[in-house]
Design a protein around this ligand. Structure first.
Ligand code: ZN
Length: 254
């Protein structure tokens, strides 16, 4: 196999198509990572099974695993045939960011909330960069009305955390929390009152969102958190966050 072609693909009749055995390995690599395996463990597994990366460079390394996990072509970028569904791909990116984010000084917990940000007009707020760009501040622009919002990360996080802590799920849902759920919720609320690690709070809120919408998996969640997600999903779920031009933040819960 010519490794000038991305692993998982081959050229047949001048066309780029999946290479079945390799495509299966790619799919397995994504699966193993979502199951909690380290990149090094995945490369060890493939090597132990005698699976070759290529005849010229047979050995799998964690760097090759990393390259595969981050390669958007597997979900169809650049007109590549899709090997990995976008939900699985995004789940892996989220997990990568969660695991490696703390080592990256540029990582910002607030970026995890980006998809939920809305203008009062209802349009999505997207990031843009001004000439006075500060690294700890979000510069947002509404895709619908063009309205602009500039809000420090810390202000947005503090307000989201405060409103999440105050939120009580609607009584008419007929939901009865278990003892475990009450204990876990209290623990989370304590965290929300004193967010020593904002990324943890954001992660929990996002796990609620993901459980609610099933938009991506949460493979790294501890058993406690997974139970919480199952039992308490809607209570933790953010619908969207509205930010006005003068930085009034309103968190809408689903
Ligand atoms: Zn707007």
């Amino acid at each position: 196999m010519n490794r000038k072609v991305l692993y998982g693909y081959q050229i047949m009749d001048g066309k780029l198509v999946p290479q079945p055995q390799e495509a299966a390995v790619v799919s397995r690599v994504f699966g193993l990572y979502l199951e909690g395996n380290l990149q090094r463990e995945i490369s060890d597994t493939l090597n132990a099974e005698g699976i070759l990366y290529s005849p010229e460079r047979p050995v799998w390394t964690k760097f090759r695993i990393s390259f595969i996990l981050r390669n958007e072509r597997y979900m169809g970028a650049d007109d590549y045939p899709v090997l990995i569904g976008s939900e699985t791909f995004q789940a892996v990116q989220d997990l990568l960011q969660k695991k490696w984010g703390k080592r990256d000084p540029k990582y910002r917990p607030v970026s995890a909330l980006r998809e939920t940000l809305r203008c009062p007009c209802g349009g999505c707020l997207k990031r843009w960069f001004s000439s006075v760009h500060r690294p700890d501040t979000l510069y947002l622009r509404c895709v619908q009305c063009g309205g602009e919002v500039i809000i420090p990360d810390a202000d947005l996080l503090a307000e989201v955390e405060r409103q999440a802590a105050e939120y009580t799920p609607p009584a008419e849902s007929g939901y009865t929390p278990s003892e475990d759920t009450v204990r876990l919720t209290n623990a989370i609320n304590r965290g929300l009152e004193k967010p020593e690690r904002p990324e943890d709070v954001v992660a929990l809120i996002l796990q609620g969102i993901s459980a609610r919408y099933a938009c991506f998996e949460t493979p790294a969640a501890s058993p406690d958190t997974q139970r919480l997600i199952r039992e308490k999903a809607y209570a933790q779920a953010l619908k969207y966050i509205t930010i006005t031009a003068d930085n009034a933040v309103a968190v809408a819960f689903k």
